[in-house]
Design a protein around this ligand. Sequence first.
Ligand SMILES: C[S@@+](CC[C@H](N)C(=O)[O-])C[C@H]1O[C@@H](n2cnc3c(N)ncnc32)[C@H](O)[C@@H]1O
Length: 226
Amino acid sequence: MRNWKLLDEADIPGGKDRLRLYQGKDDFFIRFNSVSGELMSSRKYGSEQALGSLPCQRIKNRKKARVLIGGLGMGFTLAAALNELGKDAEVTVAELIPAVVEWNQGPLGERSGYPLNDSRTRVYTGDVYNLLQENQRGFDVIAMDVDNGPEGLTVKDNDKLYSGAGILLAQKALKPGGILAYWSAGPDPAFNKRLRRCGLTVEEIPVFAHGNKGTKHTIWLASQGQ
Ligand SMILES: C[S@@+](CC[C@H](N)C(=O)[O-])C[C@H]1O[C@@H](n2cnc3c(N)ncnc32)[C@H](O)[C@@H]1O
């Protein structure tokens, strides 16, 4: 963290910690204040892009596709989803922390190509859980990356999104034939099993964090039927 400049910090609603945005020589970093750990960096985002592109590639021919992304972060998932979709699509991104939205409107947004400025983007500042509750049969794709994976770091309350009840709620928010996509820092057999128990057909896809070697993250694509 030497030579990093602290640009801003923000409270996490419902969490005990704070998030900090740093700028290094070539990259941005979002870190927790007290827990040692990085939530995101602009150095490695291959798997975040895959979370947006893999499910949206499968529904790209649908007219007026509607996509929900849980967690803006550095905007890479949002940008990748927009890149796959047509002009008539609408992508809602839910972000819990207002400052993260502001950071993406500023210099940080340049890394992902300012996807918040795309006319197809809608921003909801709040808990993505609320949108799942309010939108039955609302989305063709729901892509979830609100944390480190099913074992959350940001707010304990996020466990509800990865529980059986949370998965069923997300399923109800899907249009027929829609796809649920989840990101995780690594494999999680219990979560994979939970998705299947909810009657979903599940693909577990390891994706390089950056380029084509090194650390892999996990993406699950889950759909109804078959
Ligand atoms: C790991 S980052 C997402 C990274 C993102 N996929 C990208 O491409 O940069 C997780 C984001 O989810 C947000 N978040 C955490 N819990 C949330 C919730 N319940 N609802 C909406 N956003 C949430 C965090 O503030 C953070 O910005």
